[in-house]
Design a binder for this molecule. Structure first.
Ligand SMILES: C[S@@+](CC[C@H](N)C(=O)[O-])C[C@H]1O[C@@H](n2cnc3c(N)ncnc32)[C@H](O)[C@@H]1O
Length: 246
């Protein structure tokens, strides 16, 4: 079992997380999906690495798209689900705050869906991601939107006006997220991520800010007035980046 307290929290959350998240209907995946697949391009015969792969559902989708897939996650409890459900993906337990597990393998695509904001230290990982990308490869990650996710929705009782109250955006903060039993979230402003990528020779080639979807599937016309307002401020974003020209 990991000695990293953040990973231990994910071990404790594993059962609930594996049951309640991921898959085609998952609200975050529905928002990411078009951007992810168009950024990755053709995957047949290519190698893809799924960072923070959790219970492995996205790694399996990448494999079904033709890729040879490796998944890495710190939570052994989540990886037990992954290995049982998806035996054709190679899963490795590893603490990503230390960077990638050493392997020398290079990848066409590296994916990290809803992971980087859960890691307090990213410098070794981003350096390793750059080093393991093939020429022309792409790193696609999604995170909770630093500008809006944690900013409280407010409804002014007097005017009926709705807004998100943005405070402390530039501060780096550790926050507690209660979902799935609880885990830590490390807030950093968007410019911090872009600077980190640039310092490691990765150029942003795509930025995706999808409308916030309600958790249920359903037609646009069935959404409530509040859900339509909520959709207009993105709570997640995704970034595609590629080795910068030298
Ligand atoms: C929000 S979940 C996302 C999982 C998966 N990508 C998905 O979309 O379902 C965050 C993942 O990061 C993993 N994680 C958190 N801290 C980690 C660390 N230090 N090293 C490796 N994995 C970590 C957790 O175990 C968990 O699987």
């Amino acid at each position: 079992m990991s000695t990293n307290p953040d990973i231990r929290l994910w071990d404790q959350a594993a059962e609930r997380y594996a049951q309640q998240s991921g898959g085609a209907d998952d609200s975050f995946y529905r928002r990411l999906s078009p951007f992810l697949w168009s950024s990755l391009g053709e995957l047949n015969g290519r190698r893809v690495l799924d960072l923070g792969c959790g219970h492995g559902w996205l790694a399996e989708r990448l494999r079904l798209a033709g890729a040879t897939v490796a998944g890495v996650d710190g939570s052994e409890a989540l990886l037990r689900h992954a290995s049982t459900a998806y035996p054709d993906v190679q899963f490795t337990a590893h603490d990503l705050t230390e960077g990638l597990p050493p392997s020398g393998v290079r990848f066409h695509g590296v994916v990290a869906h809803m992971v980087l904001m859960d890691l307090p230290e990213l410098a070794p990982l981003i350096a390793d991601v750059r080093a393991c990308l093939e020429p022309g490869g792409v790193f696609v990650f999604s995170i909770l939107h630093p500008s809006f996710f944690a900013q409280a929705p407010v409804e002014d009782a007097a005017t009926g006006e709705r807004y998100r109250k943005v405070t402390g955006y530039l501060n780096h903060e550790r926050r507690w997220i209660t979902t799935f039993g609880g885990h830590h979230h490390y807030h950093r402003p968007l410019s911090w991520y872009v600077d980190l990528l640039a310092r490691n020779g990765l150029a942003v080639t795509g930025l995706h800010e999808p409308p916030t979807l309600p958790p249920h599937l359903g037609a646009e016309a069935e959404r409530t007035d509040y859900e339509r307002w909520f959709a207009g401020i993105p709570t997640m974003l995704a970034v595609a980046c590629r080795p910068a020209a030298t």
